[in-house]
Design a protein around this ligand. Structure first.
Ligand code: ADP
Ligand code: ASP
Ligand code: MG
Length: 439
């Protein structure tokens, strides 16, 4: 069994829908699970609709819903060839868009917001199911909300996932194609929730891990994992193979092609992840697996934005033990992960990307000493083989960015990561300079 995930652009138009079945068919295995994202652009529009509803701008929200509904009507008219197909498609739209309209009538809380965001994947999966049906291809819709559940710590419940999916799949013959929604889930309260932006990759990895599939395929709009961000740097190249650790670092530190958490479930279950290009399905793509490591070379660069740096100066740190623990406990209490950390004898600098509790955190850190906060920072992460005996890489990296102000450098935390913190205004310049020097 394989899991095949198709992203937003891969389901972005009726013409793109037509490319999917030949790809699905070409995978010679028994059962398949197809994970779909929302049609490209839909989730962004839903986010905007929810924002307007939350601000009480009901009329503006409904205007946006109308625009989106018209786009989907065109989509349906083009996608289905038969009158029956078109009618069923329109009935589906009617159901989802009526719900979106109705959500503006009552109190709009974060729970309603998450319901709005879920409509994109619910629409794309049902449309694809109906499209296959019109072509006389049998498929079964597996509702993600019936098996994808997060616990109170926002951790996935893999035991429940496995048990539920297996139960839902059991009645069907061996070569059935199952279709399910990426991104959406239920939270610990049973409410509709999601796995954060780009979360369909995470869905695919979680399902793959829970069912111990043969391979997880992430089909997207580019021919694999590139050695730098192709949105900002020209001449980037796909990387044939990555280790799980390398891919995890790159995804976590901003390579948009993979959701930050999506490597871990596959890595834990040791299931290979292949990144493939829907529009160029013969391209080899990138294979992420264990048992492979780049030796003595720099592999790729990625960047993560919206980082906040916090520096705590404290004379009490001098010769004190237990100081860092107390600092970390503050972040733990506010469930705020720390990404980078550097220390000196009298100060510690660290970075966070979730600023929900920033003022509370600063309030507590003020007890330890003086606190300085800088927003609008980016982490630029260089991934490669930086084992202890490999010499010179820190110099090469710092030399490449010698004209850029660097706020923090982290080297030696893992064997394959050098991270730089710099003001976001310099990010593109840093990515380009590193690319020029390293590749
Ligand atoms: P999907 O909708 O299929 O999930 P995404 O837009 O989330 O696709 O991810 C694919 C995009 O990620 C590419 O089009 C590319 O612009 C961007 N990207 C950023 N960094 C990288 C990288 N290192 N390698 C490949 N693509 C990258
Ligand atoms: N549709 C969601 C998003 O745009 C999830 C995904 O595409 O992976 O973030
Ligand atoms: Mg994505």
């Amino acid at each position: 069994m394989k899991v095949l995930k198709f992203g937003g652009t891969s389901v972005g138009s009726p013409a793109r829908f037509e490319k999917l079945w030949p790809i699905i068919q070409s995978q010679v295995t028994d059962k398949h699970i197809i994970v779909l994202s929302a049609v490209a652009g839909t989730t962004n529009t839903l986010v905007e609709i929810a924002r307007q509803y939350a601000q009480g701008e009901v009329r503006q929200a409904r205007e946006l819903i109308q625009v989106l509904a018209t786009q989907y009507e065109d989509f349906v008219c083009e996608l289905f060839q038969t009158e029956k197909g078109k009618l069923e498609g329109k009935q589906l739209l009617y159901h989802h868009f009526n719900l979106l309209i109705a959500l503006g009538d009552d109190l709009f809380t974060p729970a309603e917001e998450r319901l709005v965001l879920a409509q994109g994947e619910l629409l794309s999966t049902t449309l694809f199911h109906q499209y296959l049906k019109e072509k006389d291809i049998a498929s079964v819709l597996l509702p993600a909300l019936d098996f994808m559940r997060m616990d109170e710590n926002n951790e996935p419940d893999l035991v429940y996932l496995k048990q539920q999916v297996e139960q839902l799949m059991a009645p069907f013959v061996s070569d059935t194609v199952f279709i399910t929604q990426g991104f959406i889930c239920r939270n610990a309260f049973g409410e509709v929730d999601n796995l954060r932006r780009g979360g369909s990759d995470y869905t695919a990895s979680l399902i793959g891990a829970a069912l111990s599939v043969e391979e997880i395929q992430i089909w997207t709009d580019i021919d694999g994992f590139h050695n730098n961000d192709p949105r900002y740097v020209s001449d980037t190249k796909p990387i044939a193979q990555l280790s799980f650790d390398e891919a995890a670092e790159l995804a976590y530190f901003g390579a948009k092609i993979l959701h930050p958490q999506s490597v871990f479930p596959a890595q834990k279950a040791n299931i290979p992840v292949r990144l493939l290009d829907t529009l160029n399905s013969n391209a080899p793509g990138t294979l992420i697996s264990s048992g492979f490591n780049h030796a003595d070379e720099i592999v790729a660069v990625a960047a993560k934005d919206q980082i906040t740096a916090i520096r705590i100066y404290s004379s009490r740190m001098l010769l004190a033990y237990g100081f860092l623990r107390r600092v970390f406990e503050v972040f733990e209490r506010y469930k705020t992960p720390i990404d980078m950390i550097t220390t000196s004898e009298v100060a510690v600098s660290l970075t966070i990307d979730n600023t929900t509790y920033l003022s509370e955190i600063i309030g507590e850190l003020n007890h330890f000493g003086s606190v300085e906060v800088d927003g609008n920072q980016s982490i630029v992460c260089v991934v490669g083989d930086f084992k202890r005996n490999n010499k010179g890489y820190a110099t090469v990296v710092s030399e490449a960015v010698k004209h850029i102000p660097i706020r923090m450098i982290s080297y030696g935390g893992s064997e394959h990561n050098i991270s730089l913190l710099l003001p976001s205004a310099y990010k593109i310049e840093a990515l380009r300079a590193l690319h020029h020097r390293l590749f």
